[in-house]
Design a protein around this ligand. Structure first.
Ligand SMILES: NC(=O)CC[C@H](N)C(=O)O
Length: 439
């Protein structure tokens, strides 16, 4: 049976790049220790380097390359529940298909998670874009992996006891005793957003018809692509840049995803509170951006037991807005550990927008203040990469709102409406260019 399946896969992949990476030396031993006392023994792949991190699991079936380059996984040891990982290899991060707009093909320029844990790493891979194996890619980026462990057992533990600090010990370290509890490094004590964010403003697609500022908490490239592809000029600003200083130059504000604990982003939340009070243009936030909007609105954020990481999270829309219809369930891509607290009453001027169908956590909030003000935040990732595109049109909704505001501000009607109605065909904008100041 196995053999028959293998023949079929080989036939299907004719014409695709197929590679079997040679393993000249036997793999090193590897051990995953959890702070709670459990240890799992397997084989090493990728970089032969021991690391600490926060152990989390993702139920995504595919898109390991996108997940691993998502800056929100920074500091985390990522356990994939899907048993076979690496079977389609890894593309070049500069693959020239449609992603030179933001300079990378994947979600950022590097692997962001600290390590990966898989049941069975595929050394043989096949995909027409594949440039190297998962193992080679991890090695090149100095990221260790462990294979040959029972990821179902690890995930069950993490589900029951919650996200747990861990150490991946490689080679001679693998046989050493587990670290003492106080030796585990907790990435959430650090401001990971500050590490992941751009240090200087960057402008993408400067000729776009609507000017959007993005506060970069560790933005996934597909968020920037999703704005640029819809015709926006995007200025990426450092996470703690005081947008109030330049807000008059922009038609909308976007707050990105980002790693770690949102309590490190209070400075951004306080700046935003002022923006929301004094500026009436549209604001949209995703994941960390949503949490920052919630904190600015007066909600609290809390740490969930094991968070939500995967590409099949169902969310129920509680209100209609743009392409989103109240009462519908959307399947979403997610990667988060924290969430906003559902409180009754909600802060004045705000309402829950989406709720998670599995655990009832808040999946979105929106402002209720009448015309002239549109603020949304969603805990999930409408831009996908990977995962379903059920809610991708939220980007179109946001930009339509920004264009409508620009229109009200006296921009000639035809110019704005022409661009707003027609989704522009992809046109490759200029590559990312550092600029001296946000202009
Ligand atoms: N993807 C994100 O932006 C995650 C937000 C935050 N770091 C969390 O884990 O909840």
């Amino acid at each position: 049976m196995l053999f028959r399946n293998f023949t079929r896969i080989s036939r299907l992949s004719r014409g695709f790049a197929t590679h079997a990476t040679s393993t000249p030396t036997p793999p090193l031993p590897a051990t995953l220790h959890l702070k709670t006392g459990q240890s799992f023994h397997g084989r090493s792949f990728g970089a032969p380097k021991s690391i600490f991190g926060e152990t989390v699991f993702s139920t995504s079936i595919t898109s390991y390359t996108e997940s691993m380059t998502d800056p929100s996984y920074r500091g985390q040891i990522l356990v994939f529940t899907t048993p076979l990982i690496g079977n389609y290899g890894v593309p070049s991060n500069t693959t020239p298909i449609d992603s030179n707009d933001v300079g990378v093909y994947l979600e950022s320029e590097r692997i962001q998670c600290s390590a990966v844990v898989v049941a069975d790493v595929a050394e043989k891979f096949s995909h027409y874009l594949a440039a190297e194996s998962l193992s080679q890619w991890c090695q090149r980026h100095g990221v260790p992996g462990i294979t040959g462990v029972d990821t179902r057992a690890i995930t069950t533990l993490l589900r029951d006891q919650g996200t747990t600090l861990g150490r991946l010990a490689i080679g001679s370290d693998a046989a050493k005793p587990a670290p003492a509890a106080h030796e585990y490094w907790d990435p959430t004590t650090e401001n990971l957003v500050d590490q992941a964010s751009t240090k200087t403003p960057i402008v993408l697609n400067p000729t776009g018809d609507v000017k959007i500022a993005v506060l970069d908490f560790g933005a996934k490239a597909n968020i920037l692509r999703s704005l640029v592809r819809r015709g926006a000029s995007v200025t990426v600003l450092p996470w703690n840049y005081d947008f109030n200083k330049v807000r008059d130059q922009y038609d909308g504000l976007f707050l990105s995803n980002g790693p770690g604990d949102p309590s490190h982003c209070m400075e951004a939340a306080m700046n935003l509170r002022k923006t929301l009070k004094e500026w009436s243009k549209p604001v949209f936030g995703i994941c960390m951006g949503h949490q920052v909007i919630g904190i600015a609105a007066g909600l609290d954020a809390y740490r969930m037991t094991f968070g939500n990481r995967g590409h099949n999270q169902p969310v129920l829309a509680l209100a209609s807005s743009g392409s989103i219809k109240a009462g519908r369930v959307y399947v979403t891509s997610q990667n988060h550990q924290y969430a906003l607290k559902l409180q009754d009453p909600f802060p004045e001027g705000w309402e829950p927008f989406f709720i998670n169908c599995n655990d009832s956590s808040i999946e979105g909030i929106k402002s209720t203040v009448g015309s002239g003000k549109s603020v949304w935040g969603v805990q999930f990732h409408p831009e996908s990469a990977g995962g379903p595109l059920d809610t991708i049109e939220m980007f179109t909704d946001f930009l339509a709102e920004c264009r409508a505001h620009k229109l009200q501000a006296g921009i000639p009607k035809r110019d704005v409406m022409d661009t707003a109605k027609v989704e522009p065909a992809f046109k490759r904008p200029q590559a990312a260019q550092p600029i001296a100041a946000a202009a």
